[in-house]
Design a protein. Structure first.
Length: 418
């Protein structure tokens, strides 16, 4: 106890390690991460089993995003009405049932795949990343940025392991085995959540627990947040940055191939993206806790601009291109952590789920719209030059806008729970 008093930063991890571990597991199996990173392992088996064209299957990701937008808006309201733990446990159970139902439902028209991908994020809304970041920001104050970085590293685990595990499962048990495995993972995390899921008393989710009708758990209410110019500044700046990140992630390898690199060489260069994504997430998370958050956010999100310039100037040097890709990864790794941190820091944690859910809904729309914009730019110009110009301008503008957030407000319940 003496150590906890003397070193409150360390005490947070001692007190909240179970919460952090649960968040890592929850984020790792969240549907957006699992189906986004693992979908490639299912495309071939679905084509063989049902005759679905690969190009047609790609539209399923758009439906996945669409369902996530609906789920992100609804989960905050359900958390307030029924409690975050109940909603999360119920969502994990429904996700398990939903995955198992896919075995009987999938087949025939590819529209069945679209329906499944749209519905799964809705029935599993309580197990989306918003819930797990709510847990983290509620339990961690001194090390909130670093804790978010650690928790969100669950997506890195998913990206590294899920495609390989799905490929192995398909080879041994065909595609239904994948959905059985995903159902079991959700049930396993549900069992852990039944024991470990807990919100501290300092961050109530119910309005009835708040003494002030306009201030929920030491922060702005959902209504106040929507009326705040700072909130819309966050939405606009991060939407600009994310639209560029989505564009560059999906087009980096094609750009490298157009420059004469082999598929293996292009993949090797792009490998620096994943490494820097993890490193950027941890470093930025650590710095957010110790310096003025908008400055750290602005600098880290501005770094990809240097990478865009390297590509724009037509460099053929492998080292320079690897540096450029690494800078893309730094920005991509920092963005979600920055969003979660800023929403909690500037608007409080009481209505965090609804405010962050609304923010993520807008970001998801930007993510879904970006590929359409880039396809139009490519069709119009016949190359990637204007795509890179858009990414450069969008990222520079979005990152610099964050500097206008100003001083961090102080809320009455801003201290960590005992």
């Amino acid at each position: 106890m003496a150590t906890a008093v003397k070193f409150p930063q360390l005490a947070e991890f001692v007190r909240g390690w179970r919460i952090l571990l649960l968040a890592v597991m929850g984020i790792a199996i969240s549907i957006n991460a699992v189906l986004l990173y693992g979908f490639g392992a299912l495309v071939g088996p679905f084509e063989q089993a049902f005759g679905w064209q690969r190009s047609d299957q790609q539209a399923a990701i758009t439906f996945l995003y669409g369902g996530a937008v609906v789920g992100l808006q609804a989960v905050g309201w359900l958390n307030i009405r029924f409690g975050a733990k109940r909603v999360t446990i119920g969502s994990l159970l429904l996700m398990a049932v939903g995955y198992l139902s896919c075995i009987a439902w999938l087949g025939g028209s590819v529209w069945r795949l679209y329906v499944v991908f749209a519905l799964l994020p809705i029935i599993g809304m309580g197990a989306l990343a918003t819930t797990w970041t709510q847990l983290i920001v509620s339990w961690f104050v001194y090390n909130r940025g670093l804790a978010l970085a650690v928790g969100l590293s669950g997506t890195g685990i998913t990206a590294a392991l899920v495609p390989q595990l799905m490929t192995w499962t398909v080879a041994h048990y065909s595609w239904p085995g994948v959905f059985v495995g995903l159902a079991l993972l959700n049930l396993a995390v549900m069992a852990v959540a039944l024991i470990w899921f807990q919100l501290p008393e300092a961050a109530p989710l119910s309005r009835s627990e708040s003494q002030q009708p306009e201030m929920v758990g030491g922060g702005l209410s959902f209504r106040q947040g929507l009326l705040s110019s700072r909130f819309w500044l966050c939405n606009l700046s991060l939407a600009l940055v994310v639209s560029a990140i989505v564009g560059i992630v999906t087009n980096t390898i094609p750009m490298l191939l157009d420059r004469g690199f082999s598929a293996a060489e292009a993949a090797a260069i792009f490998g620096f993206f994943g490494l820097s994504l993890i490193a950027g997430r941890l470093v930025v998370g650590y710095l957010l806790d110790r310096f003025w958050p908008p400055l750290i956010a602005s600098v880290s999100l501005f770094l990809p601009v240097i990478g865009y310039l390297i590509f724009l100037f037509g460099s053929q040097d492998v080292v320079m291109l690897a540096v450029a890709v690494a800078l893309f990864g730094l920005g991509a790794g920092a963005e979600f952590d920055i969003a979660a941190f800023l929403i909690a820091k500037y608007f409080g944690i009481g209505d965090y789920t609804r405010l962050f859910g609304f923010h993520q809904g807008l970001i998801t729309v930007a993510s879904a719209a970006a590929p359409l914009l880039f396809a139009a730019l490519y069709a119009w110009s016949g190359g990637y030059q204007w795509l890179l110009v858009y990414c450069l301008v969008s990222t520079a503008a979005g990152s610099l806008l964050l500097l206008a957030l100003g001083r961090v407000p102080q809320f009455s319940h801003g201290t960590p729970p005992e």
